[in-house]
Design a protein. Structure first.
Length: 108
């Protein structure tokens, strides 16, 4: 997993420094102490809310889902577009949108 996280640090270099912290069998992805991403099974998910979810939906990207007490539970994270892994400018754009969603969530 550390190789994937190291790669993400490089991918998000135009956005700024990120940190990954273990949680629930995956990792939270943080910037300035605020979680804006989630890594599960070497798949990156980014925070979404009413302000940015349309970008994920427009690309038909799946929402993160797990089983809780046998029932599917969705979190406000969507799979990141594959393209951003090869394009730091695109990665910075998506990261900013998700970081802003995390900021809005903290205020709300």
């Amino acid at each position: 997993m550390s190789e994937f996280i190291d790669h993400l640090r490089d991918v998000f270099r135009q956005f700024g420094p990120i940190e990954a912290r273990r949680m629930f069998g995956g990792y939270g992805v943080y910037h300035d102490g605020l979680m804006f991403g989630l890594i599960v099974d070497e798949t990156l998910y980014l925070k979404a809310d009413e302000g940015n979810a349309q970008y994920f939906r427009a690309m038909d990207l799946p929402q993160f889902e797990y089983l809780r007490r046998g029932k599917p539970t969705r979190l406000s994270y969507y799979r990141a577009p594959d393209d951003l892994m090869d394009d730091p400018s695109e990665a910075a754009l998506w990261a900013r949108r998700s970081f802003e969603a995390a900021l809005r969530g903290r205020r709300g």
